[in-house]
Design a protein around this ligand. Sequence first.
Ligand code: IPD
Ligand code: CA
Ligand code: CA
Ligand code: CA
Length: 279
Amino acid sequence: AVPYVVGSKSYTAVAVNCAAKAGEWIKSKLGTYTHLDTKYSRQDLVTEMDKGAEALIRNLVLTHFPDHAFLGEEGVEAGPEASRKALEKVSAAEYLWIVDPIDGTTNYVHQFPFYSVSIALAHKGEVIVGVIYDPSRDELFVAEKGKGAYLRNRTLAVSEETTLSDSLLATGFPADPVTAYPANMAQLQAVAPQVRNIRAGGSAALHLAYVAAGRLSGFWEMNLSSWDLAAGTLLIQEAGGKVTDIEGNPYHLGVRNILTTNGRIHDSLSQALQDATKS
Ligand code: IPD
Ligand code: CA
Ligand code: CA
Ligand code: CA
C-alpha cells in the first residue's frame, strides 16, 4: 500500500493547504496584475500571479517533502514539445507533484470567475492525490486513490445520463488556435447536434472537477498538459467515471487529447470525436 502519511504530514493535507493558500492569494489579487506576458502564442497569457502562486506552492511542498520532485507549468518553457520533455525529465521520480497554479489564466485576466488551482501527487507515475480549488465559489475538490472523491464532506459521483442526447458536455480551446482550431471545429460540428449542449468555460481542471461532481456528463479537449489533467482525472476515476484519450486508450500522465465521461456515454462520445477528425 502507498504510505499517505509521513510522520504527521499527510500528503493530502499538504495538497489541500497549498491549494487553499494559493487560491485565496490569487483571488485577493484579482484585477491587480501589472505584468501581462504572452508565452507560446498571442493567446497564451501569463501574469505575475501565475508565477507567484506556483512559487508559493513549490516552497510549501518542498519544505514538507524536500526529496520529492516538482513539475509546475510556470517552471517549464511554453509549448507542447517543452511540456512533453519536462514530464519525461521527472518521470523517474518516486514522488512527483504536478501543479497548475492558475488553470484558466485568460479568465483570471478578464475577471471571469472560472479559474482554479490544480495540485496532484503521483507515486511511480500514478496519481494518488488530486486537489482542485475554485476560489470564486470556495469549492475544494479532493480525491485520494482508492478512497473516493469529495466536495465539502460530500462524496462525489458522476452523472447518470446514458445517451449523448441527454448529455451536457464541455470542451476547451487551446492557446495555439492556428494549429488546433481545425480539429476543434470539426469536433464541435460533429458533436453539438447530437448532445443537449456544450460549454467551454476556460478551465480544463474545473471542467474535470465538474464531471466528477456530476455537473457535466463529459469533457474532452485536445493538446492539454499533465498539470491540466493530473488532479482532475483522479477525481473522475474516484467518482466512478471514465478517463481515456480521445481514442479510448487508458489515461497516463503523458496523455494530451483527453476524454472523460460518466462512463455511460464514453464509447459514443469517443466514436463521434474520432469520426469528426477522420479525413
Ligand atoms: C488552459 C485552460 C483552458 C484550456 C487551455 C489550457 P491555463 O490552462 O485549462 O481551459 O482550454 O488549453 O491551456 O494556461 O489557463 O493554465
Ligand atoms: Ca498557461
Ligand atoms: Ca492549465
Ligand atoms: Ca496555468
